[in-house]
Each structure stands twice: as structure tokens, then as C-alpha cells.
Design a protein around this ligand. Sequence first.
Ligand SMILES: [Zn+2]
Length: 317
Amino acid sequence: MSTIDFHVHVFPNPIEMAVPKELGSYLDLARRMARQILEPADQRMHQLQVWMRHLPEPARAGLDQLGGLTALPRLLVESTPTDLLEAMDSAGVDQAVVIAHPPFASNEWVLEVCRDHAERLVPVVNVARGTDSPGRKLEDYLEQGARALKIHAAADGEGPDSPRYRELLEVARARKLPVILHTGCIHNRLFYKQPEFGRVEAFAPWFEAYPEIPFVLAHMNFHEPQKAIELGELHANVMVDTSWQPPEMIGEAIHRLGARRVLFGSDWPFVGGNLAIGKKRIEEGVASGAYSQEDADLVLGGNAMKLLLGGVDAAMA
Ligand SMILES: [Zn+2]
């Protein structure tokens, strides 16, 4: 069984762009060392992120902002395609679904990176706001190998009733494409034009209107995973990814939705060490007896394999 991370990003190497090649190899070594030094801090940041949901929302909003600021410098030491392949090797992850985030990681660049590592990396496109004929553009990307569509309404600053999203969803329906939806109201103005458009409940009309589309709720609605699970109970076409969720919440999603609707996702490289930490959280549930090894195998790769290879009909059967 292949282990597949259904949610990662990559970014162009900041060092390659800024310094001469000879110096670059020294700096690459420094980046690797920095990654090791930062490991204990990464673990604490992941714990802090889970704990934040217990704070009242105004206090959480301040920490969301701070969390965004601390995540940025961390990207200097771990974020490139080479870093990703190294992190996959060390965590024992065979394949990763790489989600474009224009303008920082354009669709064209992500498609190219995934073409260069076709056995391991699977491209997902995010058609940016302002793109002419978004539906046709998505068709173009599908021709070039894109395997799913990402919609990030909070980053776009565009609500669920946007005609542009409707046009994209019509293509997703016709082409039997999974749609990965950012969910979670994260109060961070640096990354998100309109954090409120991350609230999962705003998208309930889509789940109803497009029963043929499997919607993967990225981050399981982040601070408020109960709402994502509740919507999953109401709509059979809703799946969730495990990024930013603690083992007990992953267990609850498996029990309430069934293991077939839960996908391992790490949101690498934000914070750092996500692949290993995210995979371990799923394995912990097996060790504690919360769910079976068979369930964990589905979450860690079986479901993703079905969704990507068998097509959406197989995944939803
Ligand atoms: Zn992400």
C-alpha cells in the first residue's frame, strides 16, 4: 500500500534565485542544519496550533496573525521540491498531492515540477482570480496533467456565490474532478484576503448542488473540525483531510464519517516537519486502539489512490 499525502505545497528555491551557484551549495547545507536545529521548536508549534482552538475567538485571532508571521521565515529552510522529496523519503511517504498557490507557486510551475517527478508528485491547480475564461483555463490545465481543483475562497477574497466558482465547479462536475476546498477561518490578513470565507458552513449549498463532486475539506475546518464532520454526516460527497488535526479528532472523523472519507494531508511545509508529524498522528490512533490498521491504511493512501486512479465514481461508491 502506497502512503500518499493529499495536501502539500512547494515553493521556488529562494536561495537559487538570490545567490550564485557556488555559494548556493553552502547555503543549502546551512538550510539542512537549520531544519535539524528547529525540529523541537516545530513540534511545539504543532502542539500550540492544536491547543489554540480552546481559546475564545478574539484571542485566537491574534495568535493566528502571529502564527502566520512565524511560518514565513521557516519556509526559507524547508519548502522547495527537493526539500519535499527529502521529507517524503525520511517520513516514508511515497506520493504527494502538490497544490498550486498562485502567485507564489503558479499552476504552470507546479505542473512542471510534478512532470519532472511524475511517479511521486501529483499536481492540483488553483485557478486564480482575474483569470480570463476560468473554465477553459481549467480544461487546459487538465490537458497538462492536473488531477484536481483547489478552491481557496479565503485567499481569493471571493464568496461561495461567485459566478467564477460556479463556472469552475461545472467543469469539475463534467470532468469528474475532485475539488479540494480550503476550510477554516484563520484570522490572518497576510495570507487571506477574507478569512471569513474559510468557514465551512458557507459552502453547504455547493455540497447539495453538486452531489457528483467529491469535496475534500482541507484542514477539516481547522479550529472548528466538528462543523466539518457534521457537514460530512449530512452530505455523502464530503471528505476531509487530516492536516492540523490532533489524533483524537482524526479518530472522531473516522468513526463518524467512515475511514473511506478521511484522507491523510499534512499541509507541508507550513510550520515544519509536517509530513512526519502528520503521519505519526494517524499511526498513533492505531496504537491506541482508536481505529484499525485497515482504517489507517485507507486514510494513509488507499482513499487517495482510489480518488486519483479509480476516478471519482470509484471513490464515492
Ligand atoms: Zn494548504
